[in-house]
Design a protein around this ligand. Structure first.
Ligand SMILES: Cc1ncc(C[n+]2csc(CCO)c2C)c(N)n1
Length: 223
């Protein structure tokens, strides 16, 4: 999956950390069904809290956008997050006896806090491009993982999760976000963004968020 022009460059700049994120043992356990159920549910509860803050980050992106088209994509992503993605969490947890009140009252793990607040700070301290560089590993990494597992999964234990991220709707969102990033970077860094003095900083933001994704999977394996 390339999801545009910029993402493959940022992914390459993240080096081995990208592979450690997208081929983490947690991901392998989703693919072959060996991930213990309690680890998965613990991850989902933390991920619900994560999504609350990611919805805030995409809403912040609306306020940092420069064009109506950028605003529209960020507003649509905020809504999809709240209405579609969070539903997977709420419904899967409800089926396991974890109701909405328990989800909302759960305590955030430090790895979760670190990641979500890093992304929000990237948006507060920087501009739209900084925020997108911090958001990209999350959106596009899950797209890459979902597409691969849709092909390679050997068990259907976690088919709902895999179907959410490997499915056509989510893959279309990834293509849209990839195009949003390409346009935003071209608009702010010019036609040869790799030559801009801002380029290394954006690569660094992407790489940091990638490491925080690894930390999130690690946390998932330690209920
Ligand atoms: C730790 C963690 N990383 C990424 C995602 C995936 N994700 C988060 S927000 C969003 C919608 C668009 O931003 C998507 C797909 C997740 N759920 N949990």
């Amino acid at each position: 999956m390339s999801y545009g022009r910029t993402f493959p460059l940022w992914r390459a700049a993240a080096g081995g950390d990208w592979r450690a994120y997208t081929r983490h043992p947690f991901v392998a356990g989703l693919a072959d069904g060996s991930l213990p159920r309690d680890a998965f549910l613990h991850y989902l509860v933390q991920d619900y809290l994560f999504l609350v803050h990611f919805a805030r980050a995409w809403a912040l992106a609306v306020t940092k956008a420069d064009t109506i088209e950028e605003m529209r994509t960020c507003a649509a992503t905020t809504q999809a997050l709240i209405d579609d993605e969070m539903r997977l969490h709420v419904e899967t947890c409800a089926a396991a006896g974890i109701d909405a009140a328990v989800l909302q009252a759960a305590e955030e793990r430090p790895a979760n806090l670190a990641y979500t607040r890093y992304v929000l700070d990237a948006g507060h301290a920087g501009d739209f491009a900084d925020l997108l560089a911090a958001l990209a590993p999350c959106v596009l990494g899950y797209g890459e993982i979902g597409a691969r597992l849709a092909d390679e999964a050997t068990a259907d234990t976690y088919r709902d999760w895999i179907g959410t991220y490997g499915g056509a709707d989510y893959q279309a969102l990834c293509a849209e976000v990839g195009a949003l990033i390409d346009g935003a970077v071209a608009r702010r860094l010019g036609p040869a963004p790799e030559d801009s003095p801002r380029w290394p900083g954006l690569c660094r933001r992407f790489a940091t968020a990638t490491r925080l994704e690894i930390g999130f999977w690690d946390m998932g394996l330690a209920p």
